[in-house]
Design a protein around this ligand. Sequence first.
Ligand SMILES: *Cc1c(COP(=O)(O)O)cnc(C)c1O
Length: 371
Amino acid sequence: MSAASELSLGGRYLMGPGPSDVHPRVLKAMATPLVGHMDPKFIEIMDGVKEMLRGLFRTKNDLTFAVSATGSAGMETCFVNLLEPGDEAVVCVNGVFGNRMCDNVERCGAKLVRVDAAWGEPIEPAQVKEALGKCKPKLVAIVHAETSTGVLQPLEEISGMVHDAGALFLVDTVTSLGGTDVRVDEWGIDAVYSGTQKCLSCPPGLSPVSFSGRAVKVMEQRKTKVQSWYLDLSMVRKYWEGNKRVYHHTAPVSMIYALYEALRLIFEEGLDERFGRHRRNHELLREGLEEMGFEFLVRPEYRLPMLNAVKIPAGVEDAAVRQQLLERYNIEIGAGLGEFAGKVWRIGLMGCSCTENHVNMLLAALRQIMK
Ligand SMILES: *Cc1c(COP(=O)(O)O)cnc(C)c1O
């Protein structure tokens, strides 16, 4: 067999639900020559990643690092390490990722209690309170930024209820981290996971996670082995923590370089400046889209800045417009997921894809296509 043709890609503007555009400095970092995963120099880079992740999550949690796989593996890491067969868990569901959490709970052999809200609406604290009155869960899980609907979920009030009930609070920040404030310690979050390819503007492949002392204690008091060998933190921790590191699996060295550089870029910009940029460009996009007659799916006070869900106007062909955006203008936007397939577009303004130029380019392209 002869060799397949050389890779020839690029030039796309990634304005969907992730991955987002990656900064050239991150791509350059990935081309850094490899060192061994036990090399003292590499351990220093890992420590830098941990320290910067603590800054980004706004936490003092010791157990803060990046799982070697995408955001879904961060989700699974949280559930398989905290739940044992027979435990009870409450999951709040208002979109695709809440449903994915439910699947995780069931696969752990735990008893699932669902709290459902309509897609496009947040979970109301009263709903959680009601559920907590009827069960005694080990944890309550919720999505901070529901990428399938564009809803930003307020967390503080729910967190208080969860702790009053003696449960752990588990939060998905895959789409929020790096694009809007995530305050792990202040908001009483016990277990949190994210992903690199959304507002961190890094390729997909790592999942930042952090665990409170309470969560760590729960893991240390397990009676059964974690069902997943790869994600068992009692072993993974020994590679990420301590003076003498113990091999568990070979770290994805180049991805850690990438995350290190992406985090450096975030702190060079400054968190407040970065979150402000996401809000400003969201407003710019909103104005432009509303002028064209688009309607947002989510009420203003619950809208995510980095994931704009808009209803597809009557008479506009979903797939045809997205195809033209891609082929004529090199712009990718996201289709609707689940019950919103064919009804909603999801326009991402994440990390390096969140610029005035991206917004203006997309608006101009949409005007041309829809003329
Ligand atoms: C993207 C996403 C995930 C899954 O992350 P992958 O990197 O695709 O595995 C989980 N939760 C939310 C809210 C997401 O947006």
